[in-house]
Design a protein around this ligand. Structure first.
Ligand code: FE2
Length: 357
C-alpha cells in the first residue's frame, strides 16, 4: 500500500546469532554474493581466500587466466587450505600431509596415503577427490558466487541493475583507488540500508556533499533498489559531490554508485559477525575520463570523509538495537525509505523460506 508507514526489521535481525545463522543458510547461500574484484587477481596462481556464510571459499586464477571459486578445504582432512591472500604458484599444497592440487582443483598428489610409497590405495579415485568447485560469475570487475547453485542465471538475477547502468560502458571502467575501511562495528544490512536511502544525505553529509533532498528520487525494481539525484547545476570538480548520481544495490551485498560524468564507486560489504562488517570501496573512472594523481587523491579524501560519516551513523544504529525500544523495529519513511523496505522484505522472504523447511 503506498504511503503506509511500516516498521523496519526487529532488532534480532541485526544482533542475534540465530538470525545470522539463518541468513547464512538462506540469503548468503541462495543469492549471487559479491566477493571480490578481478583486478585484485592479476596473475596466474593469485589466490584470495574469502568467507561467505561462515564458509571458507578460495578464489583462484588458473593457468588459462580464468578466475575460479572452490571450497577452501583439503579433500583429505578438510583443513583450510589457503589462509591468506598470496600467489601460490602452480600448485596448492596442503601443509598437513602434503596433498597437492593444480589451479583447476584437480588432485595431483596424495603422498603415502595407502602406506609408505603407496600413494593411491585400491579404491581411491583421485579424479573424484579434487577440490569442490563453487558457482561463480564475473561481471565486469566484480566476482560473484552462488553457494547453493540455485540462483537464477546472473544476467537474469541482475537484470534490473544492468538496465539502470546501461548508459555507462562498464567494460571500459578503470580502477584508480581503493579505500579499505576494515571492520565496521555494524550489521551488514545497516550499511546497505544507509546507502540506498537519500533521506539522511542532507543531514549526515551536509559538510561533504551538496545534493538537496528535493532533487532525489528512489529506485525499486526487482533485486535492485536505491536512489538517484538529478541536479540541474553541477560542480564536477574532483572534490565535489554536487553531481547527478545513482546509488544502487544488488541483493544482497553489492553496492554501486555512479557519479556523473565520469566516476563509478563499488563497495564490497562482507559480513563478519552479526555486528561486524568489512567494507572496501573501489573508485573507477569511466571511459575517457583521465584523472591526475592530485584529482585521484582529492576523490579518495572526499569519499573517505563521506563514508566515515556513514559508518558513525551505522555503528550508532547497531548500538540502538540493544534497546528494548528497537525490539519491533524503527519506522520507515513511506516516501524516502521504500527502497529500505523492499530490501528488508527480500531478506524476510529468504528467512521465511528457511523456517518452512
Ligand atoms: Fe550516506
Amino acid at each position: 500500500m503506498p504511503n503506509q508507514i511500516y516498521k523496519g526489521l526487529p532488532s534480532i535481525a541485526y544482533n542475534n546469532k540465530d538470525f545470522w545463522d539463518k541468513e547464512s543458510n538462506t540469503v548468503f547461500s541462495n543469492s549471487w554474493v559479491f566477493v571480490g574484484f578481478t583486478h585484485e587477481l592479476k596473475n596466474i596462481g593469485d589466490a584470495l581466500p574469502v568467507t561467505v556464510a561462515e564458509q571458507p571459499i578460495l578464489l583462484l586464477k588458473n593457468s588459462k587466466g580464468a578466475i575460479l571459486a572452490f571450497h577452501n578445504v583439503c579433500s583429505h582432512r578438510c583443513l583450510k587450505l589457503v589462509d591468506q591472500r598470496k600467489n601460490i604458484g602452480k600448485i596448492i599444497n596442503c601443509p598437513y600431509h602434503a596433498w597437492c592440487y593444480d589451479l583447476d582443483g584437480n588432485l595431483l598428489a596424495s603422498p603415502h596415503f595407502g602406506g609408505t610409497n603407496n600413494h593411491k590405495p585400491k579404491g581411491f579415485d583421485t579424479k573424484k577427490n579434487g577440490l569442490r568447485s563453487v558457482r561463480i560469475h564475473i561481471w565486469n570487475d566484480w566476482i560473484f558466487i552462488n553457494l547453493n547453485k540455485k540462483a537464477l542465471p546472473f544476467n537474469k538475477y541482475a537484470s534490473s541493475l544492468i538496465k539502470q547502468l546501461k548508459e555507462i560502458d562498464l567494460n571500459k571502467i578503470k580502477p584508480v583507488a581503493t579505500l579499505d575501511f576494515g571492520e565496521i562495528k555494524t550489521n551488514w544490512k545497516f550499511l546497505i540500508e544507509n546507502y540506498i536511502e537519500p533521506y539522511h544525505v542532507q543531514f549526515v553529509h551536509r559538510k561533504t556533499t551538496s545534493q538537496p533532498l528535493k532533487d532525489h528520487y528512489t529506485i525499486v525494481e526487482g533485486m535492485c533498489y536505491g536512489s538517484g539525484v538529478d541536479l540541474k547545476e553541477e560542480n564536477t570538480s574532483a572534490n565535489s559531490l554536487a553531481v547527478s548520481s545513482k546509488y544502487l544495490s544488488l541483493f544482497p551485498n553489492f553496492i554501486i554508485g555512479t557519479y556523473y560524468p565520469g566516476q563509478v564507486g563499488v563497495h564490497l560489504n562482507m559480513p563478519v559477525a552479526p555486528g561486524i562488517t568489512h567494507q572496501k570501496r573501489v573508485i573507477y573512472t569511466t571511459d575517457g575520463n583521465n584523472l591526475t594523481k592530485k584529482e585521484v587523491s582529492q576523490i579518495r579524501d572526499l569519499w573517505w570523509k563521506v563514508h566515515k560519516e556513514d559508518h558513525e551513523i551505522c555503528e550508532r544504529l547497531q548500538l540502538g538495537r540493544s534497546s528494548p525500544v528497537s525490539k519491533e523495529g524503527g519506522l520507515l519513511s513511506p516516501y524516502w525509505e521504500n527502497s529500505v523496505r523492499t530490501f528488508q522484505q527480500i531478506v524476510v522472504k529468504h528467512i521465511n523460506k528457511s523456517t518452512k523447511r
